[in-house]
Every structure is written in structure tokens, then in C-alpha cells.
Design a protein around this ligand. Structure first.
Ligand code: HEM
Length: 107
């Protein structure tokens, strides 16, 4: 849905201080977010994840739409001790939009 993706591009401004997407994306404060939707957590080369994230990744966490929605709604509630210092996206439509936008950076 192009309108949802366009909305997600706007929402991603809240993420962009820490996360990059696209051809020239590099890790920064947070890992780059190409190929994240539908993929296992904690797999971006060269990024030093927190212990809680690596523990959940070892337990099989995959960033599907449901887990991304829960994490982005309340990062520290979903993942106690995460280094992602972000209050979260309270609005479900903003979460759906940013997930749709991120999906466009899958191979
Ligand atoms: C981790 C998305 C905002 C810093 C992650 C992960 C996702 C994500 C999906 C897990 C990546 C993986 O498993 O490889 C988002 C989105 C945001 C957002 C969509 C905006 C809505 C932010 C902001 C910051 C940040 C604003 C910095 C202030 C981090 C850090 C991690 C992380 C440091 C690693 C967490 C850890 O190791 O515990 N983010 N993020 N993120 N993000 Fe964000």
C-alpha cells in the first residue's frame, strides 16, 4: 500500500537518528535495518547488541509483524534491558506504517 509506505517514511524520522536504511546504510547507535522484517533478531554484522537482545535472539526471536509491533509499542517492556532508548510508538497505525516502510528494504 503506497500510502502506508509513505506514512511509514515519515514515522521513520523518529528512528533515523539511530537507524539507517538503504544502499549506503551503516550501523550507528542502532543497527542498520535493511532486511529486518521477517528475519531473526540480532543478526546484523558488526553491531554490538545488548545481552537481553542476544538472549531473545538465541531463544528464536524473529522480527515478524507481530513481534515488531510489540517491540515498537514498548521497547523496554518487550525486551527488559534493551539498549534501544526509545519510548516507543503509541499509535498502532504508526507502527503498521513504519513496518510497511521497513519491508521495502528487504532484498
Ligand atoms: C534495535 C527498530 C528507534 C536504537 C532495534 C531493532 C529494531 C529497531 C527492529 C532490532 C534490530 C535487530 O535485531 O537486528 C527501530 C525503529 C525505531 C527505532 C523502527 C523507530 C520507530 C530507535 C532509536 C534509537 C534506537 C530512536 C536510539 C535512540 C537502537 C539500539 C538497538 C536497536 C541501540 C539495539 C538494541 C539492543 O542491542 O538491545 N531497533 N528502532 N532505535 N535500536 Fe531501534
Amino acid at each position: 500500500d503506497p500510502a502506508l509506505i509513505a506514512e511509514g517514511e515519515k514515522v521513520f524520522k523518529k528512528c533515523a537518528a539511530c537507524h539507517k536504511v538503504g544502499d549506503k546504510a551503516r550501523n550507528g547507535t542502532g543497527p542498520l535495518l535493511n532486511n529486518i522484517v521477517g528475519h531473526p533478531a540480532g543478526q546484523i554484522d558488526g553491531f554490538k547488541y545488548s545481552k537481553p537482545l542476544l538472549t531473545m535472539a538465541d531463544s528464536g526471536l524473529v522480527w515478524d509483524e507481530a513481534s515488531l509491533d510489540a517491540f515498537l509499542a514498548n521497547p523496554k517492556g518487550f525486551m527488559k534491558g534493551t539498549r534501544m532508548s526509545f519510548a516507543g510508538l503509541k499509535k498502532q497505525d504508526e507502527r503498521a506504517a513504519v513496518i510497511a516502510y521497513l519491508s521495502t528494504f528487504n532484498d
